[in-house]
Write a protein that binds this ligand. Sequence first.
Ligand code: C5P
Length: 243
Amino acid sequence: MSRRRQIYEGKAKILYEGPEPGTLVQYFKDDATAFNAQKKGQIAGKGVLNNRISEHIFKSLATIGVPTHFMRRLNMREQLIRQVEIVPIEVIVRNVAAGTLSKRLGIEEGTQLPRTIIEYCYKNDELGDPMVADEHIACFGWASQDEMNDIADMAIRINDFMCGMFSGIGIRLVDFKLEFGRLFDGDFSRIILADEISPDSCRLWDMKSNKKLDKDRFRQDLGDVAEAYQEIARRLGLLTNED
Ligand code: C5P
């Protein structure tokens, strides 16, 4: 049997050609990078956990009417997804100050924001994904105004849903990153949620202890990285206590 054709290899995932036209296979690696790949490592079992966690969140979002690229999980590390044209914008949603927001604006990590903030970054590794304004997105034609309206609406709905989902399991959703893609139907396209949602792309703090249960454990050398990802999966009901 011939090996599937690889379409793209990113820092944490590989995309392969799917079994039918318009589909891809998304493979989750154990590789971890931070600070625009200046820091590299491996988190044993991360790919398996992120595959399950992202599947769970995308399926849950579909039940509230958020269209996503997810079709079905194929095995421990792979899921079948719809092929989209990725919008070159990373959408960051923030509820609590942390990370680059705290650094940039001098706001103490952990400060509850009076309202949710949505930021946009231009997806470009060479430039280090710089933050951009709507004006840049319109000026350089990265997305249309209608597409940006859909993206902002979906980001808010996703945030509302995920805040509730995580608070139900004792976790504070500090911030997270989303990516969207264009799904084509003839000459028309619509925006759907793509990529993944996992502890790689979210900041998740235990509500009681404030313990970080996300990729900051890797970024900041806090230890117990795989255990933190397992804890998220376990609280979401995706693992049994024996796993
Ligand atoms: O680093 P920063 O504070 O801007 O990150 C905000 C959120 O977006 C964090 O949850 C981080 O994990 C996520 N993020 C990401 N991929 C990036 C940049 C940020 O998943 N390239």
